[in-house]
Design a protein around this ligand. Sequence first.
Ligand SMILES: Cc1ncc(COP(=O)(O)O)c(C=O)c1O
Length: 473
Amino acid sequence: MSSTSDLTSHGTSDFKPQPNALGKGFAHLDFDGHDLPPSPAPSTPTSGRKYALATELVYTESNDQYNASSVPIYQSATFKGGPGQEYDYSRSGNPTRTHLERHLAKIMSANRALVVASGMACLDVITRLLRPGDEVITGDDLYGGTNRLLKYLSTNNGIVVHHVDTTNPETVKKALGKKTAMVLLETPTNPLIKVVDIPAISAHTHAANPDAVVVVDNTMLSPYLQNPLDLGADIVYESGTKYLSGHHDLMAGVMAINNVALGEKLYFTINASGCALSPFDSWLLLRGIKTLAVRMEKQQTNAMVIAQFLESKGFKVRYPGLKSHPQYELHWAQARGAGAVLSFETGSIQTSERIVEAARLFAISVSFGCVNSLISMPCRMSHASIDAATRKERALPEDIIRLCVGIEDVNDLVDDLSQALVRAGAVRITPDGIEALGVGRTLDDGKAPEPLEGDGTMTEDSALDEPQEGRPS
Ligand SMILES: Cc1ncc(COP(=O)(O)O)c(C=O)c1O
């Protein structure tokens, strides 16, 4: 295993930052966390007080020469000086990005964090750890883009991918073998909101093959609600496009690790391929992260009200905040909250389409994690890249509606959904309010849903959602 002093690309081992004004008075304390080797070295302060997560999120450390409250954007591709200086070229390292990475390492409970251009760029970097013949075990309810990249790797790079029901650790255990190089998990899954036991699967994986890495996509919950590294995972990654940034105004991907050698391998690929996050986007993401706690608290409180509302009207709702969730106990054993994504079924594709179209406050959009509430039909949008036959095989209901709840006034959200349900003919009006007509029973046809052969007609996201099978992205 190498140490920070092994890093030669930027010759940084003897870096000694100038203390800021506070640091001068208390030189023995690392108040601003900058008795640290600079990027690309590991970034967690080894001394200093650890605050509660909500405090850590807003408390960014800086040794800025003017004590700027907001970390400056170093919008510079190059840095003058020559060998031995901290930064030379922004593909390899940039001070704004370093700040973000150090900040994220703390809040992700990691030794090191790395930031790249998107969530998918994270998975691209991580899967470059694989060699032809390596086996990957993963779930059967994956984000469509993840599914697409894994399919590409199995088709073109000799990687063997096993999709299994990761909600059952014993099923994963049976699939593990000496060739297993990676176990890739999402929890809760999306849109079926299935929960995966991270500690049990991590233990089985490391027992079967100590060299195999457990990778967790933590996008659905964010580090505010779940820390997979503390639960036994080796690598955690997230789409920073979602809760971390919170406003759907940037694309970013974040990964975190505790193993120094693994961190260096990932950094090598980022530097070699040039997918690191730009200085401006690093700054935007830093800004978004400061409000993660307040946004997430409000969003999941609203989500709970909406989940209870839909359930009370007779819809089949999937949300880990509801006691009716079959893995309620497991979810709360590893997470600090239920998040703000839920899904429900109506029993009819047409009815679901009408609900989605009738909602006003809930915007029709792919993605989630934004302060605004969003509504979508995953089979036509975020998961349209999974072909209809595979969706059927994986029991993904074609009528499923996903709600990503924002920070609006919750009464407005409930009103908006109520009027959409009424206008879509999904409910009957009773003296006490409204009542679901029931799965398989709707005002229009009452038929069970047929799989969509769809070309994703509702798709407005060019990224995911473009890639139907065989069509180039
Ligand atoms: C669970 C999950 N993981 C990864 C990604 C990919 O992230 P990005 O769109 O930032 O590449 C997404 C995007 O929707 C996602 O939902």
